[in-house]
Design a protein around this ligand. Sequence first.
Ligand SMILES: *Cc1c(COP(=O)(O)O)cnc(C)c1O
Length: 359
Amino acid sequence: MTDAPRFRPSLLEVPGYRAGKRPERRDDGIEAFKVSSNENPYPPLPNVLKVIEAVAHEVNRYPDPGSVELIAAIAAHVGVPADHVAVGTGAVALCYQFAHATAGPGDEVLFAWRSFEAYPIVALVSGATGVRVPLTADGRHDLDAMASEVTPRTRLIFVCSPNNPTGAVVTQAELDRFMSMVPSDVMVVLDEAYIEFSRADDAADGLASYRRHENLAVLRTFSKAYGLAGLRVGYAIGAPIVIEALNKTGLPFGVSVIAQAAAIASLADHEELRVRVDDLVTERRRVIAALRGDGAEVFESEANFVWLPMAQATHAFAEYAEAAGLTVRAFPGEGVRITIAEAQANDRVIEVVRSFRVG
Ligand SMILES: *Cc1c(COP(=O)(O)O)cnc(C)c1O
């Protein structure tokens, strides 16, 4: 008899990551929409596609391991020195890098809950203990409660603004107060995956804030506002000492030739992309107003999705929506997160929530 390979015990607790389902091809003529993964509904810009096609001819070569051109483009875009920028294969990879760089067995990784599904998994895989601090009733980070959960074992804290899945931002005043309470040797990651969609005047400004705190880094992605989810590229902004730690824990040659080139082209076409983001923000407002007009409970959102706290009705709603051609993200017993997509999909969302409530 042979023994099975032995894995770290903490892996037993790691759930298989449930990616947003692909809508099935339907034969009933109903066009299906996948509004479960907060993707951008728009196809790549023509110029970005052109660049992708052009660099496809170079994939026999490894990518630039330093992503020098992309890092320079990001640094110029956000207005920071190049040694304050790290890139990774999606912001999720950078979350893993933060954990590998800071935490291990016996350490704690702190985050709000419910928040981004990757955080507890990242904590477990690093061997650390994930500590979840409940959101407030209106889906906001309770940063005072989070600060009070900091122990000598806390090595890493994720703060998600706007929060996935509830849509609320952390305000600048809240972040400032929080940073004044957290020990300066504890790494804080402000996850701004959706910040381009925020129109809140009081939202924490990560780029301004990281300059005041060496232990604060900002996380961004090309997957959402920039519409490059399939290419896997994200970035972190932080002090050089933080960036160095991220680079040591990154996958060598991780960000592909195509991802680097497409991200650079997307930054160059920033204005065109901004128009699309503005459209999605307009659509978000329209959807929230319509759903509320129908009496549905919807949280305010600064992201490209909305959160409907449906409690025990969540599972039934998700099935009902699926049958009506809408794949939503359901958190049974809690609520559903629905991505703001093209107007036609959003109209369907309004219709389906309305008819579900009428019964
Ligand atoms: C989508 C998302 C990310 C990043 O995704 P990548 O595709 O890996 O860049 C990071 N944080 C949150 C909260 C997200 O929802």
